[in-house]
Design a protein around this ligand. Structure first.
Ligand code: C5P
Length: 238
């Protein structure tokens, strides 16, 4: 019998017969304010999974190791089982979201170099900001492990910024998570979808990510379907 291991904000993780492999189910659900606001959106799980699968396959093709094995169905994937670091790695190319509110800035200015922020994943504490020395003091990761994970974040930014640009979207910011395989190797895990990045249409500056839900700007599933269609076009040409 498959066992449900974990229900997150938009995904469930299930055990499989293989101890090294998990099944991820993308749910038709969106949350905001760290889960305090939650809503059902038909078709959203399929769209997020389709986008994340395409992006992970693109990254794998370009030499980034990820947990993604294969798509099982429209809203399910098989992934490699890892022990997750309780950290969120946020990379920002353009001023938006909490970077704008925290420093009293208007959204939209391109940053002179990417801004890198780490957050400690904890629902009770509301995912606080954490710096390198605190991460080490709490025994979450070593300097070398953090350097390895930030190195992967920079590579991902270097690959995905031009990919989304070709698809007519600016990659404003994004969040990545990492895990360790049973052999100790650190790999990219979780997902890459408009749930955890900001994408702005290059021509119109229209939001094409979860901000359409957070800020009640447009239909969430339709927006994700547009991102998917654009990505499919550019990836087919790649
Ligand atoms: O809210 P903030 O501006 O800090 O978000 C930066 C980026 O990280 C956004 O793309 C957002 O979707 C993503 N993020 C996330 N999960 C969180 C916090 C932020 O995916 N818990």
């Amino acid at each position: 019998m498959e066992k449900l291991l974990y229900t997150g904000k938009a995904k469930q993780m299930w055990q499989t017969d293989d101890p090294e492999v998990l099944r991820v189910v993308y749910m038709d659900q969106a949350t905001a304010l760290n889960g305090k606001k939650k809503e059902h959106f038909a078709g959203k799980g399929e769209a997020a999974n389709a986008i994340s699968s395409l992006v992970f396959q693109y990254l794998i093709k370009h030499g980034i190791e990820t947990h993604f094995i294969k798509k099982l169905s429209a809203n399910e994937d098989l992934v490699k089982k890892c022990t997750m670091f309780p950290l969120e790695f946020v990379t920002r190319n353009v001023v938006a979201g909490h970077f704008a509110s925290r420093y009293g800035l208007d959204e939209g200015k391109r940053l002179p170099e990417p801004v890198e922020e780490t957050f400690y994943k904890s629902d009770e504490l509301d995912d606080p900001f954490i710096n390198e020395s605190a991460t080490i003091a709490l025994g979450i990761a070593t300097h070398a492990e953090l350097e390895k994970m930030w190195g992967i974040c920079r590579e991902v930014n270097g690959l995905l910024t031009p990919l989304f640009e070709k698809a007519g979207m600016q990659l404003v910011d994004f969040k990545l998570e990492f895990g360790r395989l049973s052999n100790g190797k650190i790999i990219l895990a979780d997902e890459f979808s408009p749930d955890n990045c900001r994408l702005w249409d290059i021509k119109t500056d229209q939001h094409m990510d979860k901000d359409v839900y957070r800020r009640k700007l447009a239909d969430l599933t339709q927006t994700y379907d547009q991102v998917l269609a654009r990505l499919e076009d550019v990836i087919a040409e790649d």
